[in-house]
Design a protein around this ligand. Structure first.
Ligand code: ADP
Ligand code: MG
Length: 375
């Protein structure tokens, strides 16, 4: 089957009175929810509250008993389910790569079924591997068992992206990873949102992840929607005790106004700083030798930035300068309020910023650490 694009972009995804029961029990009860085009909507709730069922109804892996789900005003029951799914990226925790196919085969599977030419598939796979920070020359031909958990998860992300869907459904995609890998993949996730402007429905049970990634958060309890709103709305006007408990309004955020960047910034290990004049090739040597995925480049506050290993690999192999791989880094003064810093990091889609003493880089601030400190 050759599928067509059934929607070019998402204006809205609307669930109206959606109910799903298993036997006597409601998995999802009378759910009304509208996801806006371009937003990241988080579904959060305890295990068994109905998050996965709600998500799987959005791509028709589960059919509701009653109610309707529509995209841009068209009821999704009108679409062929397989065609619908090829227009929606679906990423789950154990992404289920096919063990006998190489990375390239796994990512290129659907395009192959769709009849793309081999050369086009290879090129798309290469671009996507770069996008998820897996240098294609190293990873393209590996088998799934030759990848770490985080690498497999990135391949899963690439596979979900290859048909270029305007909508992604993600079900605890980072749940099984350790916190460092989790932070890295959360960054990558953020890039998808920022660079591609996709609409994303994301399931988690981790409130910090929800705050970090979500534009709005929907709290589900016992098959029902309790409240949906921005992090600020949930924190400052929780609908009930449960919401207050989940977002921890009482303990958290009450004292954040009093804190400053200097209270949570960490000393910057000079190992992470590259010489500003260095070429891409020697930066690559240095970063490989030190095992760095990210390095900072600092000459003056105006030009401060960071480079990612994969971009350095690309710059080095195409004879480009290191500057072309450079991304700007948010800068803070030690006296900046922590709340302001958090809001800026989030707006810029970055997970770290550099803290200057005068005009010298002395400390580094991670958004993760801000959030962890509030728990
Ligand atoms: P969550 O993702 O929030 O953990 P689920 O949507 O997986 O919750 O499940 C919601 C409820 O529906 C749970 O009580 C679960 O046991 C039940 N449930 C989910 N899928 C099935 C199924 N295929 N058969 C029977 N019960 C199910
Ligand atoms: Mg689930």
């Amino acid at each position: 089957m050759i599928s067509r694009k059934i929607f070019e972009r998402i204006e809205f995804l609307r669930l109206e009175n959606v109910t799903k029961r298993y036997g006597e029990n409601f998995a999802v009860r009378n759910l009304n929810l509208e996801i806006k085009g371009g937003e990241v909507l988080i579904l959060i709730g305890k295990s068994g509250s109905g998050k996965t069922t709600a998500l799987r109804m959005m791509n028709r892996l589960v059919e509701p008993d009653s109610g309707s789900i529509s995209i841009n005003g068209v009821d999704i029951s009108k679409f062929d389910p397989i065609m619908l799914r090829r227009n929606i990226g679906y990423v789950i925790q154990n992404i289920g790569l096919l063990p006998h196919l190489r990375v390239s085969g796994n990512i290129g599977l659907i395009p192959k079924l769709e009849g793309w030419k081999d050369e086009r598939i290879r090129e798309a796979v290469r671009d996507l591997l770069n996008f998820v920070s897996l240098p294609p020359q190293i990873f393209m031909d590996r088998y799934p068992h030759e990848l770490s958990g985080g690498q497999q998860q990135r391949v899963g992300l690439a596979r979900a992206m290859i048909m270029n869907p305007p909508l992604f459904l993600m079900d605890e995609p980072f749940g099984a990873l350790d916190s460092l890998l989790r932070a890295q993949l959360q960054d990558e996730f953020y890039r998808i949102k920022r660079e591609l402007g996709r609409t994303i429905v994301f399931v988690t049970h981790d409130i910090n992840e929800a705050f970090r990634l979500g534009d709005r958060i929907a709290i589900i309890d016992n098959a029902e929607l309790v409240q949906v709103g921005t992090p600020q709305e949930l924190i400052f006007s929780p609908a009930n005790e449960l919401v207050a408990e989940i977002v921890d309004s009482k303990r958290k955020y009450r004292h954040i106004d009093a804190l400053k960047v200097k209270d949570l910034a960490q000393p910057l290990d000079k190992r992470y700083i590259l010489d500003p004049g260095v070429s891409a090739a020697s930066a690559l040597d240095y970063m490989s030798a030190e095992g760095l995925e990210i390095a900072l480049v600092f000459k003056s506050p105006e030009s401060a930035g960071y480079v990612r290993l994969t971009d350095v690999v690309k710059a080095a192999s195409s004879g480009k300068s290191l500057e072309e791989a450079l991304k700007p880094l948010p800068l803070f003064s030690p006296e900046t309020s922590l709340l302001e810093a958090l809001i800026r990091l989030k707006a810029e889609g970055e997970s770290m910023g550099l803290v200057l003493e005068g005009d010298k880089p002395e400390n580094i601030l991670f958004s993760d650490r801000i959030l962890q400190n509030l728990v």
